[in-house]
Design a protein around this ligand. Structure first.
Ligand SMILES: [Zn+2]
Length: 353
């Protein structure tokens, strides 16, 4: 029988919660900074020890936005997406639903031209990276545009207006950034607009914020996926609702550990929610900052929670179900996963004398 590590590393799956901006590694940020003649004023010195925790969300966001400032041209955005999807392919992560934060870019000025970075520059660049990665590695990726919730509703509406010409390249609308004090209902109008344009919607809810934010995402924004959702454990009726309606929860254990939502991986409720019958998935969130890509997250969490190969199989199966893949892609992906699972359970063949 296959060991847990080999199963985690090899199983074909999707990642459904990862931020484009959070995939930018130090060395790539430095490379792009030097070709754009930008000096990083606060170079990232990331502590990647397994037990490392950020002292606050801001402690994480400062180097995050600093690194983003090197991205000026289409090709910069293209290269970041391409390098990330190359890594996904190496980990047999065949499909990714990737968030991007246009407001983190269109608010910036290109210091070399004195002009604002446009929505078109950002999305054309990322799209090119996705297309090139699909051609070279066969992986697929859908884009989920996120609204930064610490900014105003007016800012969100203006950003959405800029997105309208590019909606054919955007699969869904999400909501991210600092949760506390920024409830989902603050963005009710922009989410209604997105739904009217035919986009499914979702939100980061119940990571730092309360279970009430998860209810708001479901009932006010009419979200069909909950990103994180850890706080559902505080509300039994919500857990039952999420289970009965099979609403996907895109959980990110290493991210919650590093941002001090939990103190140890063993405390993270993924195993418990899986057992309760929720459609939970595991994801990396911001792999360049939180100490691992999807398969590293899977292994670390499995070890801390004594998950079995069957649990990992369920998480991988859920990742296909929670993704924005086409039905045909989902069926093919799950069929490959089933084959891999059967192989994993096969006792090693012994030589017959
Ligand atoms: Zn996230």
């Amino acid at each position: 029988m296959m060991d847990l590590h080999t199963f985690c590393r090899g199983c074909p799956m999707c990642e459904v919660h990862v931020h484009f901006e959070g995939t930018l590694e130090d060395n790539q940020a430095e490379l792009i900074a030097s070709r754009n003649d930008i000096k990083l004023t606060r170079p990232r010195i990331l502590d990647m020890r397994p037990g490392f925790q950020y002292s606050s969300l801001q402690d994480f966001l400062d180097p995050y936005y600093e690194a983003c400032s090197v991205l000026l041209y289409e090709n910069d955005f293209r290269d970041v997406a391409y390098e990330f999807l190359k890594k996904q392919s190496a980990g047999n992560v065949r499909h990714t639903d990737m968030f991007f934060d246009p407001q983190a870019h269109i608010s910036r000025t290109n210091p070399r031209t004195g002009r604002k970075i446009t929505f078109g520059t950002v999305i054309r660049g990322i799209r090119k990276g996705i297309k090139d990665a699909n051609r070279d590695f066969g992986v697929t990726c859908n884009l989920v545009m996120c609204i930064l919730r610490h900014l105003t509703e007016k800012d969100a509406l203006e950003c959405f207006a800029q997105a309208v010409p590019y909606l054919k390249w955007i699969t869904a609308l999400g909501l991210d950034s600092g949760e506390r004090g920024n409830p989902p209902r603050k963005f009710k109008r922009v989410f209604a607009l997105a739904r009217a344009c035919g986009l499914p919607v979702r939100a980061h809810a119940g990571e730092e914020g309360p279970a009430a934010y998860i209810w708001q995402t479901l009932k006010v924004l009419k979200g069909t996926i909950i990103d994180h959702g850890v706080a559902c454990v505080d509300d039994e009726a919500l857990m039952v609702y999420l289970r009965d309606n099979q609403i996907p929860l895109t959980m990110c254990s290493l991210s919650s550990l590093r941002l001090r939502v939990i103190n140890t991986l063993a405390q993270y409720p993924v195993g418990r929610l899986l057992l309760f019958g929720l459609l939970v998935t595991l994801n990396s969130d911001d792999p360049a900052y939180f100490g691992g890509y999807l398969k590293d997250v899977l292994i670390a969490t499995a070890e801390a929670q004594n998950l079995t190969i069957h649990d990992i199989y369920k998480l991988a199966r859920n990742s296909w179900l929670a993704s924005y893949c086409t039905d045909a892609q989902k069926s093919a992906g799950i069929a490959d996963l089933d084959d891999f699972y059967k192989l994993a359970l096969t006792p090693a063949l012994t030589a017959v004398a």
